[in-house]
Design a protein around this ligand. Structure first.
Ligand code: ATP
Ligand code: PRP
Ligand code: NIO
Length: 482
């Protein structure tokens, strides 16, 4: 088979095992609530940028065990009962999903997605949900770190050839765009998502001609409105830049303007300063300088500090593979389950590592903005039936690890972060356009003081539990200990 079928079986076998065992025991209709979150921010960053919801929506809408899937499962060594396969054949996702919106600035230990439904359906979707959210959130966060080194510059996503396969390239391009990248080299991502698709040319273009000068001329003839010439095939300053200048001058005679030159090797600070000087002296101050070559936020910051004269950054491998941290450890934990009396009750997962003890109960998250500044003070996690924060009453903010450190706030705006996406199987969320998501992200960044956003040693932003949530967690830990 050359292409992947429907993604319904894009799940871990243990989910199907549990679904089967629930079905055998007659517990598959029990109601359950799961929450997805990560425990540690990636790259030592102070925040993450949530992404992956669109893919999750598409996946949920397409969930269906088709005949190919049923046939495959019926050949498995588990020898599933026919009744189970019939149950799968009739399966449709009937649950509810509440999620952060894409582009939202998010933090560790807060629910990013909440899934409610039968244990059967909520268990099935775990693997794919984490697969989409973990990857896309990771890449959006990396892109945000890179873009924010110099927000006024242009950033191009160049990663496809080095990405971990096609899905990663295309969805990674989208995640990068959400977080502020300006364009992608991936044409499919351009078509599917409407991201501006942009590109220069490769060394092979120059090598395919007798001379560099001829290569530049032919390229300018063919694409006169988007000429960016790669100048490092032979010798950047002795050959590439002088030849690019000649071409730019000839273009001027035809009433055209060259867009840029691209540097792709050597000392990018030194070469960009020299190239800028040569272009300016030739009266070509409008010709911009693009740089690429294994760039990331650290090299770009360093190049800026050295006075590099680069306007546009092409970033591939380091971004699309999140090279310094190739995975976000997002998890999906059961927080409430129906008991034998038919009530939905909180559940906890105890761990030897106190940080890994889950927070029980079905929860919502609010971003608390100070009324005086409009800036975010803390994210505040409440049990879903708590109303104090919605009604603007005084709330106590305390560090769940050090609860004796606290303050009260009563002048605030509380923004609910988890939005209804599916309710009882129906999609009720109208997904915003990608440009709206990007704008939402930009506005989100404005909500935070710079100390939370800086790249190095950022301040830790508070993610607090309401008193009721905290007390419930403590009493459940106490009960478990007994
Ligand atoms: N002035 C600079 N300061 C810091 N890092 C730089 C500077 N100029 C380039 N770099 C980065 O250093 C690395 C250079 O890699 P390397 O020395 O392997 O060279 P190269 O110039 O690509 O050589 P090649 O000619 O083999 O392509 C890249 O990641 C590049 O982005
Ligand atoms: O360095 P990255 O951040 O991953 O960016 C993408 C790289 O891909 C290209 O090089 P490649 O050698 O693959 O092709 P080329 O012949 O066009 O230079 C391009 O010139 C960049 O250097
Ligand atoms: O357009 C470019 O210059 C480009 C595209 C992909 C990878 N490297 C460079």
């Amino acid at each position: 088979m050359s292409t992947l079928p429907n993604l319904t079986l894009h799940t871990d076998k243990y989910q199907i095992n549990m679904m089967y065992a629930h079905w055998k025991n007659g517990t598959h209709h029990k109601r359950a609530v799961f929450e997805s979150f990560f425990r540690k921010l990636p790259f030592g960053n102070g925040y993450a940028v949530f992404a992956g919801l669109q893919r999750l929506i598409d996946y949920i809408n397409d969930l269906k065990f088709d005949e190919q899937a049923i046939r495959y499962l019926s050949t498995q060594e588990e020898n599933y009962d026919q009744g189970f396969l019939d149950e799968l054949r009739a399966f449709r996702f009937q649950g509810s999903i509440y999620s952060m919106e894409e582009g939202t600035v998010v933090f560790a230990n807060e629910p990013l997605v909440r899934v409610e439904g039968t244990i059967f359906e909520t268990q099935l979707v775990e693997t794919a949900l984490l697969n989409f959210i973990n990857y896309q959130t990771l890449i959006a966060t990396k892109a945000s770190r890179i873009k924010n080194v110099s927000p006024q510059d242009t950033f191009l996503e160049f990663g496809t050839r080095r990405a971990q396969e096609a899905d990663a390239a295309v969805w990674g391009a989208r995640a990068s765009y959400i977080a502020g990248f300006d364009a992608t080299s991936n044409v499919l991502a351009g078509m599917v998502f409407g991201i501006p698709a942009k590109g220069t040319h490769a060394h092979s273009w120059v090598q395919a001609h007798e001379t560099e000068e001829e290569a530049f001329e032919r390229y300018a003839d063919a694409l006169p409105d988007q000429v960016t010439l790669l100048v490092d095939t032979y010798h950047t300053l002795k050959s590439g830049v002088p030849n690019a200048i000649k071409t730019a001058k000839r273009m001027e005679e035809r009433g055209k303007r060259m867009n840029a030159i691209r540097l792709d090797s050597g000392d990018l600070a030194y070469l960009s300063v020299k190239a800028r000087q040569m272009l300016d002296e030739a009266g070509l101050d409008y010709v911009k300088i693009v740089a690429s070559n294994d760039l990331d936020e650290n090299t770009i910051l360093n190049l800026k500090a050295q006075g590099a004269r680069i306007n546009t950054w092409g970033v591939g491998t380091q971004l699309i593979t999140a090279a310094d941290q190739p995975s976000l450890g997002g998890v999906y934990k059961l927080v409430a389950i129906e008991n034998s009396e038919g009530e939905l009750v909180p559940t906890i997962k105890i761990s030897g590592n106190p940080e890994k003890v889950s927070t029980p109960g079905w929860k919502d998250v609010y971003r608390i903005l100070g009324s005086d500044t409009g800036k975010a003070i803390a994210d505040y996690i409440v049990l879903h039936d708590e109303t104090d924060v919605q009604e603007g009453r005084k709330i106590k903010l305390f560090d769940p690890v050090h609860p004796y450190i606290y303050k009260y706030v009563d002048e605030y705006e509380a923004i609910p972060l988890l939005k209804p996406v599916f309710v009882d199987g129906e999609q009720i969320y109208e997904a915003p356009s990608l440009d709206h998501i990007r704008e939402h992200h930009r506005r989100q960044m404005d909500m935070f003081w710079p100390e939370y956003l800086r790249k190095l040693n950022p301040e830790k932003y508070a993610v607090d539990l309401s008193t009721r949530t905290w007390e419930m967690k403590m009493s459940m830990i106490e009960k478990m200990n007994r």
